[in-house]
Design a binder for this molecule. Structure first.
Ligand code: ATP
Ligand code: MG
Length: 510
């Protein structure tokens, strides 16, 4: 196979070839870029290996192209960032300035030979040949190179049959798989991640070696494991990756809470569904609708507290009462363990887990405006995401049943939209604040203030009081009187004054 034409279509390769020739070193495009080129997949970064100093070659290319070069002396690597302003890297020892943006991230490394110790993923490194460098790569499909040298420019260098493995859709290690995985156990996660991303099989000897070496994952940092897990979650059919993780024995090590969902218990002839496979189906369903990693995490975790809340009731069968609330409470602990961010992304997942039954409950019950209003207000801007999750959560094998449920869902969604347009309730704040209540009745912070506030909020949600000062102040006075309170001052109930009291609220009369 010859890639001369492809290489000519991106001018960066000619520059690298020219500078390598000037430095008298041989250079090759290698790894993921070559794989993705053959698969016609888009790729973001280019890896260059040269027989000599990767740093010197990077600096020469950077000078010719007038782009910055970031040098990692400790690693013997250098890179040209995709964007000129993207030059802060914690491990970088030096940045050679340049002003242009390349649009591609290009990494340069000298060919190396690696040897490993048993207690660390960090190898001992020495200079090596191209073959040494290809030997240290994780999979045959990631070990292919394309020459940038004059004598064989564009030639594919494929010592392990990577091209055949691409055609056969197979993940296979170039050397003995047990050694490959023992040397760097992260590769076990990578094998399953690539299988899931590309829809490939893992060659049986390679997969058996993962099963055998699974405990070696203990020396890999949680962050790296989670990076790979997120890539599995982001693949087109993530259930495939999770099933591989399960069969390899890795899921139990990295995500036991998910595995705890597996299995069906039967009492008096009544079984419940297998919540592990159900969860994976929900994840696949969400993946068909959305690329959002956090929505996908919400799908993975939506039933996570089912094992802890499972009960058998002789009358109704299996119940999981409160699994949505308990599940929401378990989200931060799981995020912490996985080294996922403990920020608004986590709060989003938590909220979706907590609310995931609400729209379904609406389908089953008589739909009241008040129930719809409460859901609108609680879901706020995440309503669409919540509805996506809920639709994905309908996983009956019975096609007619799924269709019927989804049709009911359409109805709920339509009503929500109508109500939202009418009442403008998202990001709802009652016009009457605690301060206003205290001022009106001459109260200090106290139980009464809270009670009046809740009563007003409830009345607004029930639709008996409109969320304006004109409507809510008389109601507040009435509620106060029920507790024996009298207003101590004239209250602002004109529309113009109401604006000054709560100008931030979208419900304020204009
Ligand atoms: P992507 O960028 O889509 O994640 P990639 O194959 O480019 O896929 P990178 O992590 O960017 O993956 O690594 C680039 C190349 O470096 C790989 O194609 C592979 O040849 C090699 N490589 C990366 N990580 C390892 C590893 N842990 N063990 C062996 N080789 C690796
Ligand atoms: Mg890459």
């Amino acid at each position: 196979m010859n890639f001369t034409e492809t290489l000519h279509s991106n001018p960066i390769f000619e520059v690298i070839a020219r500078q390598a020739a000037a430095l008298d070193v041989r250079a090759y495009v290698i790894g993921g870029f070559v794989r993705d080129l053959i698969l016609k997949r888009p790729s973001k970064d280019i890896d260059i290996v040269c027989i000599g100093s990767g740093i010197d070659l990077a600096e020469a290319v950077g000078r010719e192209l007038k782009v910055p070069v970031i040098v990692f002396k400790n690693f013997g690597t250098a890179m040209l960032p995709a964007h000129a302003d993207q030059t802060t890297y914690t491990e970088a020892t030096e940045t050679v300035p340049g002003s242009r943006s390349l649009g591609w991230e290009v990494e340069f490394v000298g060919a190396r030979k690696e040897s490993y110790r048993s207690d660390s993923r960090k190898p001992l490194v020495e200079n090596g040949t191209l073959e040494d460098d290809q030997n240290r790569r994780d999979f045959t499909i990631n070990a292919m190179g394309i020459s940038l040298n004059e004598s064989d420019f564009g030639q594919l260098l494929d010592p392990f049959g990577g091209l055949d493995d691409l055609r056969r859709k197979t993940i296979r290690t170039p050397l003995e798989p047990k050694i490959t995985f023992s040397d760097d156990p992260l590769r076990m996660m990578r094998a399953i991640r690539f299988a899931s991303q590309l829809g490939f099989d893992i060659e049986p000897d390679t997969f058996d070696a993962i099963i055998e070496m699974k405990d070696r994952l203990a020396i890999v940092s949680r962050e790296r494991i989670t990076d790979e897990l997120n890539k599995i979650i982001l693949s087109a059919k993530p259930s495939y990756g999770f099933k591989l993780l399960y069969h390899a024995g890795l899921l139990d090590l990295i995500f036991p809470e998910l595995l705890a969902l597996k299995g069906v218990e039967t009492i008096e002839g009544k079984g419940h569904k297998d919540n592990f496979y159900h969860t994976l189906q929900v994840l696949d369903n969400v993946a068909e609708r959305s690329d959002d990693l956090w929505l996908r995490w919400a799908a993975l975790l939506h039933d996570i507290a089912k094992p802890a809340t499972k009960r058998f009731d002789p009358k109704v069968g299996w119940t999981f009462h409160g699994h949505e609330d308990l599940g929401a409470k378990q989200v931060p602990g799981i995020f912490r363990q996985m080294k996922l961010p403990l920020n608004e992304k986590m709060r989003f997942v938590k909220k979706l887990v907590r609310l995931h039954l609400r729209p379904i409950a609406l389908v089953k019950e008589q739909i009241t405006d008040s129930a719809l209003r409460r859901l609108l207000i609680e879901a706020g801007d995440d309503l669409e995401a919540l509805m996506n999750l809920c639709r994905a959560d309908i996983t009956s094998k019975n096609y007619d049943r799924v269709k019927k449920h989804l049709a009911n869902f359409d109805k709920v969604e339509r009503k929500l939209r109508e109500l939202d347009e009418r009442d403008k309730l998202r990001n709802f704040q009652p016009v009457i604040t605690g301060e206003l209540i205290m001022e009106a009745f001459g109260l200090k912070p106290s139980k009464e203030v809270g009670l009046i506030k809740v009563a007003i909020r409830e009345a607004i949600l029930e639709g008996t009081v409109v969320n304006t000062l004109e409507a809510a102040i008389p109601f507040m006075i009435e509620e106060g009187r029920k507790m024996g309170l009298e207003p101590v001052k004239e209250l602002p109930i004109q529309a113009d004054q109401s604006v000054s009291h709560d100008s931030s609220s979208p419900e304020s009369p204009q």
